[in-house]
Ligand binder design. Sequence first.
Ligand code: NAD
Length: 276
Amino acid sequence: MVKKNERALDPAFEKVGRVLSKGRVACLTGAGISCESGIPAFRGKGGLWETYSPEVYGNTPGLVSLLHRDPGKFVNFIREFYAVFLDARPNPAHLALSYLEKAGLVDTVITQNIDDLHQQSGVRSVIELHGNALRIRCQGCSETLKLEKDRVREMLKLFERKKTSSQQLLRVMSRYCPRCPKCGARFRIDIVLFGEMLPEDAMRRAYQAIDSCKTLLVVGSSLVMYPAASLPQYAKDKGATLVEINREPSAMSALCDHAIYGEAGKVLPELVKLLA
Ligand code: NAD
C-alpha cells in the first residue's frame, strides 16, 4: 500500500511507489548508489580513471607490467584504489534497499559494485557481477575468502615500506594472496578487471533473478558497461516493468517505464517512507 496523506506527492514518486509496493522487485545497482558513501564513480570528474588510465591500471597485464617497471607508482595506485573502500559505510540508499528486502518487496540486489556495501547494509541476497574488493578468490578452484579491512590496511603499510622493489612487493602480496589449501593455485583479489570474464555463476543467477521478477529497479548506473547493461533489455523482453533512479538519464532511459532523477540517498528513503 502506498500512503497518500503524508505530503503532496510528486506523481513520479507515487507511480514508482505503487510499482514497488507490488513486490517481486529485482534491483540492479551501479557506482552511483555508493557515491554518497564517499566512493566516487571511476569515470568522469574526480574518478579514478581521470588520474589512472584504465589501459594501464584497469587490467591484469597492465598492472603486472607496472609493478615491475615502476613499483612506487603501482603502490600509489593500490593505496588510492583501496582508500575509498576502507572508509566507506552504507548510506541511506543502501539502507533503504535493505529495508525493502526485509519488507519482502525486493528479492535480490544485483550489483556491479565491488565495495561490499550492500552486504554491510544487511542485504542478504546480493549477486556481485564484478566481484568484491574485500575478498580473495582462488584462480584454480574459485574458492573465496574474506579480506578483512584490517588485513588490507596492514598490506598497504607493508607495500609502502617495500615500494622500491618489485620482488619485495611480490613477497608481500603472496602473504595476502596465498596458495589455496584445496588446489594449490594462487588467490587474487576477487574483482573483474577490463578484458576479464564475469563470474559465470553470478551472471546466471542475475538472469534467474530477472526471470522471476515483476520489476527491475536500476539505481545509480550509467548502463554502459556490458554485459550488466544488457539486463534492463532482458527484463523488458521478459515483460518486467523497468524503473530507473539515477542522478541523470542513463543509456537505457528510453526503455524505462518510470524514472526518478535525483540522488539515490534521498530518493530511496522517500520511497521507503511511502511504503512503510
Ligand atoms: P558509472 O560510473 O558508469 O555510472 C554511475 C551513474 O550513477 C551515473 O549515471 C551517475 O549520474 C549516477 N550517479 C552518481 N551519483 C549518484 C547518486 N548520488 N544517486 C544516483 N545516481 C548517481 O557506474 P556503473 O554503471 O556502475 O559502471 C561503472 C563500473 O565501475 C561498474 O562496473 C563498477 O564495477 C565499477 N565501480 C564500482 C564502484 C563501487 O564499487 N562503489 C565505484 C566505481 C566504479
